[in-house]
Ligand binder design. Structure first.
Ligand code: GLC
Length: 478
Protein backbone atom coordinates (compact mmCIF):
# COMPACT_ATOMS: atom_id res chain seq x y z
CA UNK A 1 0.00 0.00 0.00
CA UNK A 2 2.76 2.37 1.06
CA UNK A 3 4.82 1.30 -1.99
CA UNK A 4 1.78 1.89 -4.20
CA UNK A 5 1.39 5.35 -2.78
CA UNK A 6 5.06 6.07 -3.35
CA UNK A 7 4.77 5.08 -7.03
CA UNK A 8 1.67 7.20 -7.34
CA UNK A 9 3.47 10.12 -5.75
CA UNK A 10 6.48 9.66 -8.01
CA UNK A 11 4.23 9.50 -11.05
CA UNK A 12 2.44 12.67 -10.15
CA UNK A 13 5.70 14.54 -9.51
CA UNK A 14 6.90 13.28 -12.86
CA UNK A 15 3.66 14.35 -14.50
CA UNK A 16 3.92 17.78 -13.01
CA UNK A 17 7.55 18.01 -14.13
CA UNK A 18 6.63 16.97 -17.67
CA UNK A 19 3.72 19.35 -17.89
CA UNK A 20 5.84 22.24 -16.56
CA UNK A 21 8.53 21.37 -19.10
CA UNK A 22 6.05 21.22 -21.95
CA UNK A 23 4.49 24.50 -20.78
CA UNK A 24 7.95 26.08 -20.68
CA UNK A 25 8.80 24.91 -24.17
CA UNK A 26 5.33 25.94 -25.38
CA UNK A 27 5.98 29.40 -23.92
CA UNK A 28 9.39 29.50 -25.59
CA UNK A 29 7.77 28.75 -28.97
CA UNK A 30 5.19 31.42 -28.27
CA UNK A 31 7.89 33.96 -27.44
CA UNK A 32 9.69 33.07 -30.67
CA UNK A 33 6.47 33.62 -32.60
CA UNK A 34 6.06 37.02 -30.93
CA UNK A 35 9.63 37.96 -31.86
CA UNK A 36 8.86 37.02 -35.48
CA UNK A 37 5.93 39.44 -35.47
CA UNK A 38 8.19 42.23 -34.22
CA UNK A 39 10.86 41.53 -36.80
CA UNK A 40 8.23 41.43 -39.57
CA UNK A 41 7.14 44.93 -38.56
CA UNK A 42 10.69 46.24 -38.06
CA UNK A 43 11.40 49.23 -40.29
CA UNK A 44 15.04 49.58 -39.21
CA UNK A 45 15.02 52.30 -36.59
CA UNK A 46 11.41 51.81 -35.51
CA UNK A 47 8.73 49.16 -35.45
CA UNK A 48 5.45 49.86 -37.22
CA UNK A 49 2.26 48.61 -35.52
CA UNK A 50 1.73 46.22 -38.45
CA UNK A 51 3.59 45.59 -41.68
CA UNK A 52 0.95 47.01 -44.01
CA UNK A 53 -0.26 50.31 -45.42
CA UNK A 54 -2.80 50.47 -42.60
CA UNK A 55 -0.26 51.62 -39.99
CA UNK A 56 3.02 52.56 -41.70
CA UNK A 57 4.15 55.26 -39.25
CA UNK A 58 5.87 55.29 -35.87
CA UNK A 59 3.44 55.84 -33.02
CA UNK A 60 4.43 57.21 -29.64
CA UNK A 61 2.88 54.82 -27.15
CA UNK A 62 3.17 51.86 -29.53
CA UNK A 63 6.95 52.29 -29.64
CA UNK A 64 7.09 52.52 -25.84
CA UNK A 65 5.20 49.23 -25.46
CA UNK A 66 7.30 47.67 -28.22
CA UNK A 67 10.56 48.69 -26.52
CA UNK A 68 9.28 47.13 -23.27
CA UNK A 69 9.05 43.79 -25.11
CA UNK A 70 12.25 44.17 -27.12
CA UNK A 71 14.33 44.82 -23.99
CA UNK A 72 14.08 41.15 -23.02
CA UNK A 73 16.11 39.95 -25.97
CA UNK A 74 17.68 42.93 -27.76
CA UNK A 75 18.35 45.85 -25.49
CA UNK A 76 20.19 47.81 -28.20
CA UNK A 77 17.23 47.52 -30.56
CA UNK A 78 14.95 48.58 -27.70
CA UNK A 79 17.09 51.69 -27.14
CA UNK A 80 16.97 52.46 -30.86
CA UNK A 81 13.16 52.30 -30.69
CA UNK A 82 13.21 55.04 -28.05
CA UNK A 83 15.91 57.18 -29.68
CA UNK A 84 14.00 57.07 -32.94
CA UNK A 85 10.96 58.39 -31.10
CA UNK A 86 13.01 61.32 -29.81
CA UNK A 87 13.76 62.35 -33.41
CA UNK A 88 10.21 63.60 -33.59
CA UNK A 89 10.29 65.80 -30.50
CA UNK A 90 9.34 69.41 -31.15
CA UNK A 91 11.50 72.35 -30.04
CA UNK A 92 8.90 73.17 -27.35
CA UNK A 93 9.15 69.64 -25.90
CA UNK A 94 6.02 68.16 -27.49
CA UNK A 95 6.27 64.47 -28.36
CA UNK A 96 4.05 63.86 -31.40
CA UNK A 97 1.79 60.82 -31.51
CA UNK A 98 3.13 59.99 -34.96
CA UNK A 99 6.40 60.31 -36.82
CA UNK A 100 5.24 59.97 -40.38
CA UNK A 101 6.68 57.66 -42.98
CA UNK A 102 6.77 59.19 -46.44
CA UNK A 103 7.91 62.31 -48.24
CA UNK A 104 6.50 65.83 -48.20
CA UNK A 105 4.07 65.04 -50.96
CA UNK A 106 2.66 61.90 -49.36
CA UNK A 107 -0.92 61.86 -48.19
CA UNK A 108 -0.39 61.57 -44.42
CA UNK A 109 2.36 64.19 -44.38
CA UNK A 110 0.01 66.52 -46.20
CA UNK A 111 -2.86 65.86 -43.86
CA UNK A 112 -0.72 67.00 -40.93
CA UNK A 113 1.62 69.62 -42.47
CA UNK A 114 3.57 69.84 -39.22
CA UNK A 115 5.68 72.68 -40.71
CA UNK A 116 2.80 75.11 -40.06
CA UNK A 117 4.13 75.23 -36.49
CA UNK A 118 7.66 76.65 -36.05
CA UNK A 119 8.46 74.15 -33.28
CA UNK A 120 8.16 71.11 -35.54
CA UNK A 121 11.46 69.48 -36.55
CA UNK A 122 12.79 70.19 -40.05
CA UNK A 123 14.18 66.78 -40.86
CA UNK A 124 11.18 64.56 -40.01
CA UNK A 125 7.46 65.01 -40.59
CA UNK A 126 5.19 64.47 -37.63
CA UNK A 127 1.63 64.90 -36.44
CA UNK A 128 0.78 67.98 -34.36
CA UNK A 129 -0.69 66.28 -31.27
CA UNK A 130 0.59 63.89 -28.61
CA UNK A 131 -0.37 60.51 -27.08
CA UNK A 132 -0.33 59.01 -23.53
CA UNK A 133 3.06 59.70 -21.90
CA UNK A 134 4.39 56.14 -21.69
CA UNK A 135 7.91 57.33 -22.47
CA UNK A 136 9.14 57.44 -18.85
CA UNK A 137 7.86 53.90 -18.18
CA UNK A 138 9.66 52.58 -21.25
CA UNK A 139 12.90 54.32 -20.28
CA UNK A 140 12.75 52.84 -16.77
CA UNK A 141 11.88 49.33 -17.98
CA UNK A 142 14.86 49.40 -20.32
CA UNK A 143 16.97 50.69 -17.43
CA UNK A 144 15.98 47.61 -15.38
CA UNK A 145 17.85 45.44 -17.89
CA UNK A 146 21.11 47.39 -17.55
CA UNK A 147 23.95 47.37 -15.04
CA UNK A 148 24.02 50.37 -12.74
CA UNK A 149 26.64 52.39 -14.67
CA UNK A 150 24.94 51.60 -17.99
CA UNK A 151 21.61 52.53 -16.50
CA UNK A 152 22.93 55.89 -15.36
CA UNK A 153 24.24 56.73 -18.79
CA UNK A 154 21.00 55.51 -20.42
CA UNK A 155 19.03 57.78 -18.10
CA UNK A 156 21.39 60.70 -18.69
CA UNK A 157 21.03 60.37 -22.43
CA UNK A 158 17.22 60.36 -22.35
CA UNK A 159 16.52 62.66 -19.38
CA UNK A 160 16.69 66.06 -21.17
CA UNK A 161 14.06 64.98 -23.71
CA UNK A 162 11.86 63.39 -21.06
CA UNK A 163 12.05 66.48 -18.86
CA UNK A 164 11.26 68.78 -21.79
CA UNK A 165 8.22 66.63 -22.61
CA UNK A 166 6.81 66.75 -19.09
CA UNK A 167 7.43 70.49 -18.89
CA UNK A 168 5.60 70.96 -22.17
CA UNK A 169 2.66 68.94 -20.87
CA UNK A 170 2.20 71.31 -17.97
CA UNK A 171 3.19 74.57 -19.72
CA UNK A 172 0.87 74.09 -22.65
CA UNK A 173 -1.76 71.69 -21.46
CA UNK A 174 -2.44 72.87 -17.92
CA UNK A 175 -3.10 76.57 -18.59
CA UNK A 176 -5.15 77.07 -15.40
CA UNK A 177 -2.56 75.33 -13.28
CA UNK A 178 -5.05 72.73 -12.06
CA UNK A 179 -2.69 69.76 -12.10
CA UNK A 180 -4.72 68.00 -14.80
CA UNK A 181 -3.53 68.24 -18.38
CA UNK A 182 -6.03 68.70 -21.17
CA UNK A 183 -6.24 66.99 -24.53
CA UNK A 184 -7.50 68.54 -27.74
CA UNK A 185 -8.25 65.48 -29.87
CA UNK A 186 -9.46 61.91 -29.19
CA UNK A 187 -6.36 60.55 -30.96
CA UNK A 188 -4.34 61.97 -28.08
CA UNK A 189 -5.99 59.50 -25.68
CA UNK A 190 -4.76 56.53 -27.72
CA UNK A 191 -8.32 55.18 -27.32
CA UNK A 192 -9.56 56.89 -30.48
CA UNK A 193 -13.33 56.27 -30.38
CA UNK A 194 -13.74 55.85 -26.64
CA UNK A 195 -17.36 56.67 -25.65
CA UNK A 196 -16.88 59.79 -23.48
CA UNK A 197 -15.01 61.55 -26.26
CA UNK A 198 -17.33 60.39 -29.05
CA UNK A 199 -20.38 61.39 -27.05
CA UNK A 200 -18.93 64.84 -26.50
CA UNK A 201 -18.04 65.14 -30.16
CA UNK A 202 -21.50 64.10 -31.32
CA UNK A 203 -23.22 66.41 -28.87
CA UNK A 204 -21.20 69.56 -29.36
CA UNK A 205 -18.73 69.39 -32.18
CA UNK A 206 -20.17 67.30 -35.00
CA UNK A 207 -20.00 69.51 -38.12
CA UNK A 208 -23.34 69.99 -39.83
CA UNK A 209 -22.16 68.48 -43.11
CA UNK A 210 -21.30 65.19 -41.38
CA UNK A 211 -24.73 65.12 -39.74
CA UNK A 212 -26.34 65.64 -43.16
CA UNK A 213 -24.19 62.94 -44.75
CA UNK A 214 -25.15 60.59 -41.94
CA UNK A 215 -28.86 61.40 -42.06
CA UNK A 216 -29.02 60.95 -45.81
CA UNK A 217 -27.07 57.67 -45.47
CA UNK A 218 -24.35 58.90 -47.81
CA UNK A 219 -21.47 57.67 -45.70
CA UNK A 220 -20.46 54.90 -48.11
CA UNK A 221 -19.48 57.62 -50.58
CA UNK A 222 -16.70 58.53 -48.16
CA UNK A 223 -15.36 55.04 -47.63
CA UNK A 224 -12.60 55.64 -50.18
CA UNK A 225 -11.06 58.04 -47.64
CA UNK A 226 -10.62 55.25 -45.13
CA UNK A 227 -7.39 53.36 -45.10
CA UNK A 228 -8.32 51.27 -42.09
CA UNK A 229 -11.35 49.51 -43.58
CA UNK A 230 -9.51 48.27 -46.68
CA UNK A 231 -8.00 45.26 -44.97
CA UNK A 232 -10.16 45.05 -41.83
CA UNK A 233 -13.94 44.68 -41.60
CA UNK A 234 -15.76 48.02 -41.12
CA UNK A 235 -17.55 46.34 -38.20
CA UNK A 236 -14.21 46.27 -36.34
CA UNK A 237 -13.49 49.96 -36.82
CA UNK A 238 -15.16 53.21 -35.89
CA UNK A 239 -18.16 54.27 -37.94
CA UNK A 240 -17.57 56.54 -40.94
CA UNK A 241 -19.34 59.59 -39.39
CA UNK A 242 -17.13 59.19 -36.31
CA UNK A 243 -14.00 58.88 -38.47
CA UNK A 244 -15.00 61.95 -40.51
CA UNK A 245 -15.58 63.89 -37.29
CA UNK A 246 -12.08 63.02 -36.07
CA UNK A 247 -10.56 64.17 -39.35
CA UNK A 248 -12.55 67.37 -39.22
CA UNK A 249 -11.33 68.00 -35.63
CA UNK A 250 -7.76 67.46 -36.84
CA UNK A 251 -8.29 70.03 -39.63
CA UNK A 252 -9.44 72.57 -37.04
CA UNK A 253 -6.20 72.08 -35.10
CA UNK A 254 -4.14 72.43 -38.26
CA UNK A 255 -5.94 75.65 -39.20
CA UNK A 256 -4.72 76.99 -35.86
CA UNK A 257 -1.17 75.81 -36.62
CA UNK A 258 -1.32 73.47 -33.60
CA UNK A 259 -0.81 76.58 -31.50
CA UNK A 260 -2.39 75.91 -28.12
CA UNK A 261 -3.21 79.57 -27.42
CA UNK A 262 -5.17 79.83 -30.63
CA UNK A 263 -6.78 76.44 -30.09
CA UNK A 264 -7.97 77.37 -26.61
CA UNK A 265 -9.48 80.72 -27.62
CA UNK A 266 -12.24 79.10 -29.65
CA UNK A 267 -12.32 75.33 -29.16
CA UNK A 268 -14.71 73.85 -26.64
CA UNK A 269 -13.52 70.35 -27.33
CA UNK A 270 -10.92 70.14 -24.58
CA UNK A 271 -10.97 67.34 -22.06
CA UNK A 272 -8.97 66.38 -18.97
CA UNK A 273 -8.71 62.72 -19.81
CA UNK A 274 -8.63 60.13 -17.03
CA UNK A 275 -6.39 57.63 -18.86
CA UNK A 276 -3.86 60.22 -19.94
CA UNK A 277 -3.63 61.85 -16.51
CA UNK A 278 -3.31 58.48 -14.75
CA UNK A 279 -0.43 57.54 -17.04
CA UNK A 280 1.09 60.96 -16.46
CA UNK A 281 1.11 60.40 -12.69
CA UNK A 282 3.08 57.18 -13.06
CA UNK A 283 5.39 58.86 -15.61
CA UNK A 284 6.03 61.71 -13.17
CA UNK A 285 7.05 59.19 -10.50
CA UNK A 286 9.51 57.64 -12.92
CA UNK A 287 10.84 61.04 -13.97
CA UNK A 288 11.40 61.98 -10.32
CA UNK A 289 13.23 58.71 -9.62
CA UNK A 290 15.41 59.09 -12.70
CA UNK A 291 16.34 62.65 -11.70
CA UNK A 292 17.30 61.42 -8.22
CA UNK A 293 19.49 58.66 -9.60
CA UNK A 294 21.45 60.93 -11.91
CA UNK A 295 21.58 63.82 -9.42
CA UNK A 296 19.57 66.14 -11.59
CA UNK A 297 17.15 68.66 -10.19
CA UNK A 298 13.61 68.99 -11.40
CA UNK A 299 12.48 72.60 -11.85
CA UNK A 300 10.45 73.74 -8.83
CA UNK A 301 7.46 74.67 -10.98
CA UNK A 302 7.34 71.17 -12.40
CA UNK A 303 7.63 69.56 -8.96
CA UNK A 304 4.68 71.66 -7.77
CA UNK A 305 2.59 70.60 -10.77
CA UNK A 306 3.50 66.95 -10.25
CA UNK A 307 2.25 67.09 -6.67
CA UNK A 308 -0.91 68.83 -7.79
CA UNK A 309 -1.75 66.15 -10.34
CA UNK A 310 -1.70 63.38 -7.75
CA UNK A 311 -4.29 65.25 -5.68
CA UNK A 312 -6.32 66.52 -8.63
CA UNK A 313 -7.09 63.01 -9.84
CA UNK A 314 -9.50 62.77 -6.93
CA UNK A 315 -11.73 65.37 -8.58
CA UNK A 316 -12.43 62.87 -11.34
CA UNK A 317 -14.07 60.39 -8.96
CA UNK A 318 -17.85 60.18 -9.07
CA UNK A 319 -19.10 58.77 -5.75
CA UNK A 320 -22.56 58.03 -7.19
CA UNK A 321 -21.27 55.81 -9.97
CA UNK A 322 -18.19 54.68 -8.00
CA UNK A 323 -16.15 55.35 -11.11
CA UNK A 324 -13.52 57.72 -12.41
CA UNK A 325 -14.47 59.82 -15.42
CA UNK A 326 -12.78 62.30 -17.74
CA UNK A 327 -13.79 65.93 -17.32
CA UNK A 328 -14.62 68.76 -19.68
CA UNK A 329 -11.90 71.37 -19.24
CA UNK A 330 -13.92 74.61 -19.12
CA UNK A 331 -17.07 73.60 -17.22
CA UNK A 332 -15.51 70.80 -15.14
CA UNK A 333 -18.46 68.62 -16.10
CA UNK A 334 -17.69 64.91 -15.67
CA UNK A 335 -18.22 62.91 -18.86
CA UNK A 336 -20.17 60.01 -17.49
CA UNK A 337 -19.91 57.46 -20.28
CA UNK A 338 -18.22 54.46 -18.69
CA UNK A 339 -15.00 53.17 -20.25
CA UNK A 340 -11.76 51.38 -19.40
CA UNK A 341 -10.46 54.80 -18.29
CA UNK A 342 -12.16 54.28 -14.94
CA UNK A 343 -9.58 51.57 -14.11
CA UNK A 344 -6.48 53.52 -15.08
CA UNK A 345 -5.99 55.17 -11.68
CA UNK A 346 -4.92 51.67 -10.56
CA UNK A 347 -1.89 52.15 -12.80
CA UNK A 348 -1.31 55.67 -11.45
CA UNK A 349 -0.95 54.05 -8.04
CA UNK A 350 -1.82 57.13 -5.99
CA UNK A 351 -5.46 56.46 -5.14
CA UNK A 352 -6.34 54.93 -1.77
CA UNK A 353 -6.47 51.18 -1.29
CA UNK A 354 -10.23 51.50 -0.62
CA UNK A 355 -10.81 53.15 -3.98
CA UNK A 356 -8.59 50.57 -5.65
CA UNK A 357 -10.74 47.90 -4.01
CA UNK A 358 -13.88 49.48 -5.49
CA UNK A 359 -12.30 49.37 -8.93
CA UNK A 360 -11.34 45.74 -8.42
CA UNK A 361 -14.99 44.99 -7.64
CA UNK A 362 -15.97 46.33 -11.05
CA UNK A 363 -13.35 44.03 -12.61
CA UNK A 364 -14.94 41.10 -10.79
CA UNK A 365 -18.46 42.13 -11.75
CA UNK A 366 -19.73 40.10 -14.73
CA UNK A 367 -22.11 42.93 -15.70
CA UNK A 368 -19.21 45.36 -16.03
CA UNK A 369 -15.60 44.37 -16.73
CA UNK A 370 -15.67 40.76 -15.51
CA UNK A 371 -16.08 39.05 -18.88
CA UNK A 372 -14.70 35.71 -20.03
CA UNK A 373 -11.73 37.40 -21.71
CA UNK A 374 -11.22 40.58 -19.70
CA UNK A 375 -10.88 43.51 -19.68
CA UNK A 376 -13.33 45.07 -22.16
CA UNK A 377 -12.63 48.65 -23.22
CA UNK A 378 -16.26 49.49 -22.36
CA UNK A 379 -18.23 47.66 -19.65
CA UNK A 380 -20.60 45.07 -21.13
CA UNK A 381 -23.69 46.63 -19.56
CA UNK A 382 -23.14 49.98 -21.29
CA UNK A 383 -25.15 51.12 -24.32
CA UNK A 384 -21.95 51.78 -26.27
CA UNK A 385 -20.63 48.23 -25.77
CA UNK A 386 -19.89 46.42 -29.04
CA UNK A 387 -17.63 43.36 -28.71
CA UNK A 388 -15.70 44.06 -31.90
CA UNK A 389 -15.75 47.82 -32.46
CA UNK A 390 -12.27 49.14 -31.72
CA UNK A 391 -12.19 51.03 -28.38
CA UNK A 392 -15.91 50.55 -27.75
CA UNK A 393 -15.81 47.06 -26.29
CA UNK A 394 -12.90 44.83 -27.33
CA UNK A 395 -10.15 43.72 -24.98
CA UNK A 396 -6.73 45.20 -25.73
CA UNK A 397 -3.42 43.83 -24.49
CA UNK A 398 -1.88 47.23 -23.68
CA UNK A 399 -4.66 48.30 -21.31
CA UNK A 400 -4.53 44.87 -19.66
CA UNK A 401 -0.79 45.32 -19.19
CA UNK A 402 -1.32 48.69 -17.48
CA UNK A 403 -4.01 47.27 -15.21
CA UNK A 404 -1.92 44.21 -14.31
CA UNK A 405 0.90 46.53 -13.28
CA UNK A 406 -1.46 48.59 -11.15
CA UNK A 407 -3.09 45.56 -9.51
CA UNK A 408 0.34 44.27 -8.51
CA UNK A 409 1.47 47.53 -7.02
CA UNK A 410 -1.71 47.58 -4.89
CA UNK A 411 -0.99 44.03 -3.77
CA UNK A 412 -3.90 42.42 -5.66
CA UNK A 413 -1.49 39.71 -6.76
CA UNK A 414 -4.11 37.04 -7.45
CA UNK A 415 -6.14 39.35 -9.65
CA UNK A 416 -2.99 40.47 -11.46
CA UNK A 417 -1.91 36.88 -12.04
CA UNK A 418 -5.37 35.83 -13.27
CA UNK A 419 -5.43 38.71 -15.74
CA UNK A 420 -1.89 37.99 -16.88
CA UNK A 421 -2.80 34.35 -17.55
CA UNK A 422 -6.09 35.10 -19.30
CA UNK A 423 -4.35 37.67 -21.52
CA UNK A 424 -1.64 35.20 -22.51
CA UNK A 425 -4.19 32.42 -23.12
CA UNK A 426 -6.36 34.69 -25.22
CA UNK A 427 -3.46 35.62 -27.51
CA UNK A 428 -2.18 32.02 -27.62
CA UNK A 429 -5.58 30.86 -28.73
CA UNK A 430 -6.33 33.62 -31.25
CA UNK A 431 -3.00 35.01 -32.47
CA UNK A 432 -1.23 38.35 -32.14
CA UNK A 433 -4.20 40.45 -33.16
CA UNK A 434 -4.89 44.10 -32.46
CA UNK A 435 -7.85 43.37 -30.15
CA UNK A 436 -10.20 40.60 -29.07
CA UNK A 437 -13.83 39.99 -28.21
CA UNK A 438 -14.11 40.07 -24.41
CA UNK A 439 -16.96 37.56 -24.72
CA UNK A 440 -15.32 34.67 -26.56
CA UNK A 441 -11.73 35.81 -27.20
CA UNK A 442 -12.14 35.90 -31.00
CA UNK A 443 -9.58 38.16 -32.68
CA UNK A 444 -10.45 41.40 -34.47
CA UNK A 445 -8.64 44.28 -36.16
CA UNK A 446 -5.20 43.80 -37.67
CA UNK A 447 -3.23 40.54 -37.36
CA UNK A 448 0.46 40.49 -36.32
CA UNK A 449 0.10 43.59 -34.21
CA UNK A 450 3.34 44.79 -32.63
CA UNK A 451 2.33 45.83 -29.11
CA UNK A 452 0.31 42.61 -28.64
CA UNK A 453 3.47 40.64 -29.44
CA UNK A 454 5.80 42.85 -27.40
CA UNK A 455 3.65 42.93 -24.29
CA UNK A 456 2.97 39.20 -24.37
CA UNK A 457 6.75 38.71 -24.33
CA UNK A 458 6.91 41.01 -21.33
CA UNK A 459 4.05 39.25 -19.53
CA UNK A 460 5.72 35.88 -20.07
CA UNK A 461 9.18 37.06 -19.04
CA UNK A 462 8.02 39.09 -16.10
CA UNK A 463 6.52 36.64 -13.65
CA UNK A 464 4.54 38.06 -10.77
CA UNK A 465 7.40 37.28 -8.37
CA UNK A 466 9.90 39.34 -10.31
CA UNK A 467 7.58 42.28 -10.56
CA UNK A 468 6.74 42.18 -6.88
CA UNK A 469 10.49 42.39 -6.27
CA UNK A 470 10.91 45.29 -8.65
CA UNK A 471 7.91 47.00 -7.07
CA UNK A 472 9.78 47.04 -3.79
CA UNK A 473 12.95 48.27 -5.45
CA UNK A 474 11.46 50.95 -7.68
CA UNK A 475 11.87 53.84 -5.25
CA UNK A 476 15.50 53.24 -4.36
CA UNK A 477 16.92 51.59 -7.36
CA UNK A 478 15.47 53.17 -10.46
C1 GLC B 1 -4.90 53.49 -33.32
C2 GLC B 1 -5.00 53.33 -31.81
C3 GLC B 1 -3.82 53.99 -31.14
C4 GLC B 1 -2.53 53.43 -31.73
C5 GLC B 1 -2.51 53.51 -33.24
C6 GLC B 1 -1.36 52.75 -33.86
O1 GLC B 1 -4.99 54.83 -33.69
O2 GLC B 1 -6.19 53.86 -31.33
O3 GLC B 1 -3.85 53.79 -29.76
O4 GLC B 1 -1.46 54.10 -31.19
O5 GLC B 1 -3.70 52.98 -33.78
O6 GLC B 1 -1.35 51.42 -33.43
Amino acid sequence: MAAGLAICYQLSVNDIYLSVMSMTSENQDFIEAAKTVLSMNDKGAYTAPVNSSMYPHQWLWDSCFIAIGLRHYDIDRAKTEIFSLLRGQWANGMMPNMILAGSKTSNSVNIWRSWVNPNAPDDVFTSGITQPPMLAEAIVRLGEELSKPERRSWYKSTFPALLAYHEWLYNERDPHNEGLVLLVHPWETGLDNTPPWMHELQDHQMPLWIKVVDTLRLTTAFNFLRNDTKSVSPKDRMTTPDALALYSAQRRLRRKNYDIKRILTRTQFTIEDITFNSILIRANQHLTNIAELINAELPKKLTASIQKTEKALDQLWDPYASQYFSREFVSHRLLKQPSIGTLMPLYAGTITKERAQQLVQSIENGQMFGTHFPIPSVPVNDQYFDYRRYWQGPTWVNTNWLIIDGLRRYGFDDHAEALRESTIDMVKQAGFYEYFSPLDGKPYGAPNFSWTAALVIDLLENTSKQTTKSRKNTRNDS
